[in-house]
Design a protein around this ligand. Structure first.
Ligand code: FAD
Ligand code: NAG
Ligand code: NAG
Ligand code: NAG
Ligand code: NAG
Length: 509
């Protein structure tokens, strides 16, 4: 397990004496330790190996350990089983232009499914009708799209349905919808620069640098609401449809920062997809493809810099020596000791309570006569008395028996659920420390936390939190590690520009 200090010292001395002979051949393989087996941790392992072992320019990095404190890999990509069926419990949808995720799925031979809704499971029979959504203000539906065609409706109507629904939307929100579309497209055009080849894309040492390079930095400095007002969107579109979307995707209002907001809106585009059987397979597949050593159910409690390497102590009482340590999980709610202490801007996480119910919604709660009148997706306005952000049908077993998914900012008590549902056979609750609570202007934690080889992928989450943003941030961290370990000033501290403004609270970890 643990390499003793002396053993390491001897190794280091041996390496130094051999270095003079032939650096490339005799340098000891870099040991990399990764905390977290989500998409961030699995991607960084994948890119480290791909960019070194598959190229002739850098010594192969294949001594990679991944530590995961839970019993399963995937982190916020996880499934839940209710009523005998399995659904996505965390990250559920992936944008068609999320190229890393697209390539991972192809590389790993995973089957994918597309859906046309932001939050229903395309495997269920709901997919064709998932564009039936309503906006609930706590007492009435202020707007809703057309209910799906019934099997008895004419073929013409069934064909026209999507078009008619677009017209219904256009009638309410007008040209503002096109402006919203343009706003999202501009963000995506900038984001895809992160897939440029190495020659035209620098290695970034800070998130600020990374965002400024693509032109996305400004969006993190203003609220979504301000950005959309400048883009010419009507206040009705912002307070209704946009609000519904940000509440669904980030559990927050339109006062979130502009980039997170734009990313959230992209999550209502068409062509969204997921991995059949669960998105967590992206992480699981990358880890096994990379051949990294996976330590499941072993969390890291402390990271100590020991001069040239790190000692990681785990919940199993083991110690590990690592040349490079990558933190691939948000530090905000972690009780981990890092010594010497590092300092990152304080950031609070938005908790999203995910409640799965097998049963039937109570039409009376919505002032309706029959459950069949309730839209498949109920979004809500930003009003204090509405206890949930959304409810969606995941699967219809019959007109009386369905599985639903709800998001809320607080735990939904049984008493409340008994008002919202007329029948409730099974309930599963998950409290996710889901994503950052977005507040413009965002401040970013460093990527290189200690100036040496302690890296932090999830500083990028303050820009936006998705499967793809984690993969993009991890890819940059992999390149940064490779460039810094192969540079002659490998152990010289990186000079981090004093970007963090005065008056910002810092939490010491
Ligand atoms: C309800 C919900 C819905 C979402 N919907 C979407 C969506 O539709 N599409 C999308 O793209 N994104 C979505 N997201 C966001 C997305 O899930 C995250 O951005 C992404 O999965 C983050 O991946 P990560 O690897 O950075 O972190 P995580 O997935 O959180 O992985 C971190 C891992 O580190 C482990 N860990 C923590 N501390 C330690 C320790 N001390 N030692 C060892 N291991 C440790 C954790 O157990 C965890 O497995 C959603 C998130 C939530 C919560
Ligand atoms: C994977 O790791 C094992 C054990 O470390 C090793 O024996 C095997 O050769 C590796 N395979 C690949 C493809 O790297
Ligand atoms: C890590 O474990 C080693 C060996 O058990 C111990 O000597 C050391 O104090 C521990 N470090 C921390 C920071 O807990
Ligand atoms: C961290 O420690 C605090 C105080 O000791 C405790 O309340 C909290 O639950 C701990 N959090 C985790 C994630 O272990
Ligand atoms: C869902 O669709 C499948 C296949 O089309 C069908 O066999 C099944 O009966 C449907 N279930 C419901 C509840 O409509």
């Amino acid at each position: 397990m643990a390499l003793s200090r002396t053993a390491l010292l001897l190794l280091a001395m041996a390496a130094v004496s051999l270095l003079s002979a032939d650096a490339a051949l005799s340098a000891p393989a870099t040991k990399v330790c990764v905390l977290g087996s989500g998409i961030g941790g699995s991607s960084v392992a994948h890119f480290l190996k791909q960019y070194t072992c598959e190229s002739a320019t850098a010594p192969c990095i294949d001594d990679i350990r991944i530590f995961e404190r839970r019993e399963k890999v995937g982190g916020r990509m996880a499934t839940v089983t209710i009523g005998g069926d399995t659904f996505e419990a965390g990250a559920s949808i992936i944008h068609p232009r999320n190229l890393h995720a697209v390539r991972f799925a192809r590389l790993l031979n995973l089957n994918t499914k597309t859906g046309d809704d932001s939050d229903s499971d395309p495997k269920s029979n709901v997919s064709s009708s998932s564009s039936w959504f309503g906006i609930w203000d706590g007492s009435v539906f202020v707007f809703q799209t057309l209910p799906p065609p019934s099997p008895s409706s004419s073929a013409i109507y069934r064909k026209m349905y999507p078009l008619l629904n677009s017209l219904v939307l256009a009638w309410r929100y007008g040209f503002s919808l096109l402006r919203m579309d343009r706003f999202v497209k501009e963000m995506i055009e900038r984001f895809i620069l992160y897939y440029n080849d190495f020659e035209s894309r620098p290695v970034f040492e800070t998130v600020e640098e990374m965002l400024k390079w693509s032109g996305l930095y400004g969006l993190t400095h203003r609220t979504l609401q301000e950005e959309l007002a400048d883009a010419g969107l009507s206040s009705r579109l912002v307070s209704e449809l946009v609000t519904v979307i940000t509440r669904i995707n980030y559990g927050q209002s339109v006062s979130i920062s502009g980039l997170a907001g734009a990313v959230s809106l992209a999550g209502s585009d068409s062509g969204l997809w997921l991995v059949e059987g669960g998105n967590w397979q992206l992480a699981a597949g990358l880890i096994s493809h990379t051949n990294a050593t996976l330590h499941l159910h072993e969390g890291i409690d402390s990271i100590s810099y020991a001069g040239g390497y790190y000692v990681l102590n785990s919940t199993k009482g083991n110690s590990y020596a690592c040349d490079v340590t990558v933190i691939a999980t948000p530090l905000d709610e972690l009780n981990m000791t890092i010594s010497p202490p590092i300092s990152v801007p304080s950031r609070s996480l938005q908790h999203t309570f995910t409640t799965f119910v097998r049963g039937l919604l109570n039409p009376k709660y919505f002032g309706l006569n029959s459950a069949s009148e309730i839209p498949d997706l109920v979004g809500t306005l930003e009003l204090p008395d509405i206890p949930f952000s959304c409810i969606s049908v995941l699967k219809k077993y019959s007109e009386e028996d369905m599985t639903y998914k709800m998001f809320s900012r607080a735990q939904l008590a049984d008493v409340l659920l008994d008002q919202i549902f007329s029948k409730r056979k099974e309930t599963v609750r998950i409290n996710w420390p889901a994503y950052p609570h977005y507040e413009a202007p965002e401040v970013f934690a460093p990527i290189v936390l200690d100036g040496f080889h302690l890296y932090y992928i999830n500083s990028f989450e303050s820009a936006a939190s998705t499967i793809e943003t984690s993969a993009v941030a991890a890819e940059n961290v992999a390149r940064l590690i490779i460039s810094r370990i192969s540079s002659p000033s490998a152990n010289a501290p990186l000079i981090i520009s004093p970007h963090s403004a005065e008056g910002i609270l810092h939490t010491d970890l």
